[in-house]
Design a protein. Structure first.
Length: 225
């Protein structure tokens, strides 16, 4: 056997060994190579351990979303529709018996192109018309207006951010009875707006409470159950 044939035989031997090793690795651990491990029983919700409940156990599943987390999560998901590059806010209006009446996020009014109006927070020329503030509709207002003419009276409003004074006025006038918020922002000159909001909501008898999540995160995967 000449040197050329010996090289070919050695190469073929090495390739065969490599292919065999990869095949064995695939058959003994296919999920690692096809896709990352997915817990289908969690329905895309991350943060819980894999279910070990017996198929004969008649009790309900543990670790499901609370109503508060559920509605606040919908508000957060709605916020993802916002085109605002600086702050995305979402809201979810819910009836007293747990029916979602409307959802909304911050953006420009219907029919007003979000490509033709400014999204900037400040103007280089000091012109407020070159900023987003004179044009944008807040998430709370959109959630109330998106109820298909259903009354907001006596309902609960879940918002990712505490409403400013202008939104508080609309919340009060629409008859919302409770506001559940996730975070409150007080930035610079806006502090007076939030102080006024607290005062107005309190005077009008609208309940206000901060959301206390029971889950640290929720991840939705677009795949079958």
């Amino acid at each position: 056997m000449n040197s050329r044939e010996m090289v070919l035989v050695s190469t073929a031997t090495l390739f065969g060994a490599f292919a065999s090793a990869m095949a064995m690795r695939f058959f003994f651990n296919p999920k690692k190579h096809l896709c990352s491990t997915i817990n289908s029983e969690s329905n895309g919700v991350v943060g819980r351990k894999n279910s070990t409940q017996s198929p004969f156990d008649p009790s309900k599943r543990k670790g499901y979303l609370s109503w508060d987390d559920y509605f606040m999560a919908i508000a957060f998901l709605s916020a993802e529709r916002s085109k605002d590059p600086n702050r995305q806010v979402g809201a979810c209006l819910v009836s007293q018996n747990g029916i979602i009446l409307g959802i909304g996020y911050n953006g420009f009014p219907r029919g007003c192109s979000d490509d033709k109006l400014p999204w900037s927070k400040k103007s280089k020329n000091g012109d407020p018309l070159e900023t987003k503030y004179p044009y944008v509709c807040h998430a709370e207002v959109n959630a109330i207006l998106n109820t298909n003419h259903a009354s907001a009276a006596g309902q609960r409003l879940y918002v990712t951010m505490f409403p400013c004074n202008e939104c508080a006025k609309i919340i009060i006038q629409s008859g919302v009875s409770e506001v559940i918020y996730f975070v409150e922002k007080r930035l610079g000159n806006s502090e007076a707006a939030y102080a006024a909001s607290h005062k107005l909501l309190s005077m009008a008898g609208v309940k206000v409470r901060k959301h206390q999540p029971q889950m640290s995160q929720i991840l939705i995967k677009f795949e079958g159950p």
